[in-house]
Design a protein around this ligand. Structure first.
Ligand code: GLC
Ligand code: CA
Length: 561
C-alpha cells in the first residue's frame, strides 16, 4: 500500500452558513470560521473541506454557483478566505474547495448569455434541445423538482437540469466548458488551495442522444448519465491539470457501483480520483434514499463496508464518513437517542478505524441530533419542498410528513452548530437563518470541551490515535463475527502490530469472545465508552452500545518505545 499524505489525514467538513456567524446577520461566515480555527485544530484534523462558498442565489445553498472565482458576499471576501487559507497552512492543515461543475446557477453569466440566442457563444455551454411536439425532449426527471427540462419561450428550446430548475447542467462535451473548468481549478490551486471535493462528478457526461430513461419517482434517466461515455476522459483531462500541483481530489459519486469506483480510484498513471464518496453504506436504514425508511440493519452496514474495504485493498483508497450536509444526523439513524453519548462514540470508533480517510461533519463531533420542526414552513431546502409535494400526493398529512422529515431530511444536519448554552447556542447574536436545535443547552462545544468523557474528547482521542499509529492508517482490514446482528468487530494488522475494534449496536448485552490469537488482557485498551472494562476468559458481555478499541503494539513498535 503506497503511502500518501491524503491517506494519513482526517478532514473536517464545514457547511459555512450554519457554522459560526461573526457579524450578527444570522448567517455563518468566513470570519466566523476563522475565529474557530483553534477549535478545529484542537480536533486533530489535518484538513478542512468547505461546502461551496462561492457567490450563489442559494437555490441549493451554494451548490448553485453564479461565479466560480469569488466568495459568497454573505460569507465574506476573497481576502477573508485567504486569511483562513494562510492560517490553516500555518497550522499544517489543508484546505479543500467544493467544485460543482455538473451544473451552474441559472444566474451565472454563462447561463444568462446562453439564454440570449441560439447563436450566442455561450449557448452551447448548456444542454439545450428542441421539444418533441408539445413535450420536453425526453422523460428525464430531476432529483429535486419534477421534470428535468425547463422551457425557454424566447428560444423555443428546453434546457436540462438534473437537479433544481435553477441548476442548469453544463454541456461538458463542449471543449470550451472543459477549458473553463480547468481555469477554475488553476485559479484555486494557484491561490494555494490543496484540492477539491468534486460534486456529483460521475454525472458530467451524458449519453449522446439523451434517450428516455426507465421511469422512476425521481431522477428518471439517471442510468444515462451516472457514468457517461466520456466521464473517464474528462476526468483525465482535469486530473492532468491537478497533477501539476500536489493536489487531492475526491469525487462525490451518487449511484456509482463499487466496480466503477475501483476503476476511478485505482492507483497508477490513470488514476482519476484519490477516493470516492459512495452512498452505499448510508443505506443501512433506508432504500435508495433517506426518505424510504427500513429498519436499521447492522448486517447490511457491515457487509457494505467490508465489501468496499476489500475491494480497495492494495488498489485504491476509501473515503470514510457517516455524516455530511446531505443526510440526517447519524445518531438517530444507526445509533440511539436513549444512548446518545455511548452510541455516538461507538459509531465514531466503528468508522474512524476503517482503512480510508475519515471525514467529520460539523456538529458530528459533539453528537448533534435531528431537529423536530413544527411546520413545513420552517424548512429551507428545495429538496424538502419537492418531497413535501411528492408525499402529499401519496396522501401524507402534514404531521406525518413532519414525522418522516424528522428522520429523513438532510436539513437535520444543517441547523446551526451549538457552541455554548447562551442564546442561539452561541452561533449568532442576531436571528439565526435557520432554527437552532432546542437541545443546545445540553449539547454544545463548550460543555463537551470541559468534560473528559464527552463525545468531543472521544473524537479527539480517536483522531490522535489514528494519526500517530500507522496500523490505524495502513493496516490490513479483516472482519470477525460477520453474522452478528449486534456487534461489528474488525482488526487492523500491520506487521506484528494489531488493533481490534469491537462496537456494539445494541442495547442488550452480547457475549463477545476475542478471536483466536488475541489475548485481551495483553492489549492496551486505547478507547472505550464505559469506565469499568472487565474481561474474563478473553470475553466480556457488552453494555449498551459499548465500544472498545484494543491496541497490540507488537515487537517492533514496543522496542521503538
Ligand atoms: C451534491 C451535494 C448536494 C447538492 C447536489 C446538487 O449531492 O452534496 O448538497 O444538492 O449535489 O448539487
Ligand atoms: Ca454573518
Amino acid at each position: 500500500m503506497s503511502k500518501k499524505w491524503y491517506k494519513e489525514m482526517s478532514v473536517y467538513q464545514i457547511w459555512t452558513r450554519s457554522f459560526c456567524d461573526s457579524n450578527g446577520d444570522g448567517i455563518g461566515d468566513l470570519p466566523g470560521v476563522y475565529s474557530k480555527l483553534d477549535y478545529i485544530q484542537s480536533l486533530g484534523v489535518d484538513g478542512i473541506w468547505f461546502s461551496p462558498i462561492y457567490p450563489t442565489p442559494n437555490a441549493d445553498y451554494g451548490y448553485d454557483i453564479s461565479d466560480y472565482k469569488n466568495i459568497n458576499p454573505e460569507f465574506g471576501t476573497l481576502d477573508d478566505f485567504k486569511k483562513i487559507l494562510d492560517s490553516a497552512h500555518e497550522r499544517r492543515m489543508k484546505v479543500f474547495m467544493d467544485l460543482v461543475i455538473n451544473h451552474t446557477s441559472d444566474e451565472h453569466e454563462w447561463f444568462k448569455e446562453s439564454c440570449k440566442s441560439v447563436d450566442n457563444p455561450y449557448h452551447d455551454y448548456y444542454i439545450w434541445r428542441k421539444g418533441k411536439g408539445k413535450n420536453p425532449p425526453n422523460n428525464w426527471l430531476s432529483a429535486f423538482e419534477g421534470g428535468a427540462w425547463e422551457y425557454n419561450e424566447n428560444l423555443d428550446e428546453y434546457y436540462l437540469h438534473v437537479f433544481a430548475k435553477k441548476q442548469p447542467d453544463l454541456n461538458m462535451d463542449n471543449p470550451k466548458v472543459r477549458e473553463e473548468v480547468k481555469s477554475i481549478i488553476r485559479f484555486w490551486l494557484d491561490m494555494g488551495v490543496d484540492g477539491f471535493r468534486e460534486d456529483v462528478i460521475n454525472f458530467i457526461s451524458k449519453e449522446p442522444g439523451l434517450p428516455n430513461g426507465f421511469p422512476l419517482p425521481v431522477a428518471t434517466g439517471v442510468e444515462h448519465y451516472k457514468y457517461g461515455p466520456h466521464l473517464e476522459e474528462y476526468l483525465d483531462e482535469f486530473r492532468a491539470v491537478q497533477n501539476e500541483y500536489d493536489c487531492f481530489v475526491i469525487g462525490e459519486g451518487p449511484m456509482t457501483s463499487l466496480k466503477d469506483a475501483v476503476k476511478l480510484c485505482s492507483e497508477g498513471p490513470n488514476q482519476k480520483l484519490d477516493m470516492l464518496i459512495s452512498f452505499d453504506h448510508m443505506n443501512a436504514n433506508c432504500f435508495m434514499t433517506d426518505w424510504i425508511k427500513t429498519p436499521f440493519s447492522l448486517r447490511k452496514l457491515k457487509s457494505t463496508l467490508t465489501k468496499w474495504q476489500n475491494a480497495m485493498k492494495g488498489i485504491g483508497w476509501n473515503c470514510l464518513y457517516i455524516e455530511n450536509h446531505d443526510h440526517p444526523r447519524i445518531i438517530e439513524r444507526y445509533g440511539s437517542l436513549k444512548y446518545r453519548v455511548e452510541s455516538a462514540k461507538s459509531l465514531a470508533a466503528m468508522y474512524l478505524f476503517l482503512c480510508g480517510t475519515p471525514f467529520i461533519y460539523q456538529g458530528q463531533e459533539i453528537g448533534m441530533t435531528n431537529i423536530r420542526m413544527n411546520s413545513v414552513s420552517d424548512y429551507k431546502d428545495v429538496m424538502t419542498f419537492n418531497n413535501y409535494k411528492l408525499f402529499k400526493k401519496l396522501g401524507f398529512s402534514d404531521k406525518r410528513f413532519l414525522d418522516l422529515s424528522f428522520q429523513a431530511n438532510r436539513e437535520n444536519s444543517r441547523t446551526p452548530v451549538q457552541w455554548n448554552d447562551s442564546e442561539n447556542a452561541g452561533f449568532t447574536t442576531g436571528t439565526p437563518w435557520f432554527n437552532v436545535n432546542d437541545n443546545y443547552k445540553e449539547i454544545n462545544v463548550e460543555a463537551e470541551d470541559k468534560d473528559p468523557n464527552s463525545i468531543l474528547n472521544f473524537y479527539r482521542k480517536a483522531i490522535k490515535f489514528r494519526k500517530t499509529h500507522q496500523v490505524a492508517i495502513y493496516g490490513e482490514y479483516n472482519e470477525y463475527d460477520k453474522k452478528s446482528k449486534k456487534l461489528y468487530v474488525y482488526e487492523r494488522v500491520l506487521g506484528d502490530e494489531k488493533m481490534l475494534i469491537i462496537c456494539s449496536f445494541a442495547e442488550d448485552g452480547e457475549k463477545f469472545t476475542a478471536p483466536e490469537g488475541y489475548d485481551l488482557n495483553k492489549g492496551e485498551l486505547v478507547l472505550s465508552n464505559y469506565e469499568l472494562n472487565p474481561v474474563f476468559d478473553n470475553s466480556f458481555i457488552t453494555r449498551p452500545y459499548e465500544c472498545r478499541v484494543y491496541y497490540f503494539p507488537g515487537k517492533t513498535a514496543e522496542s521503538e518505545g
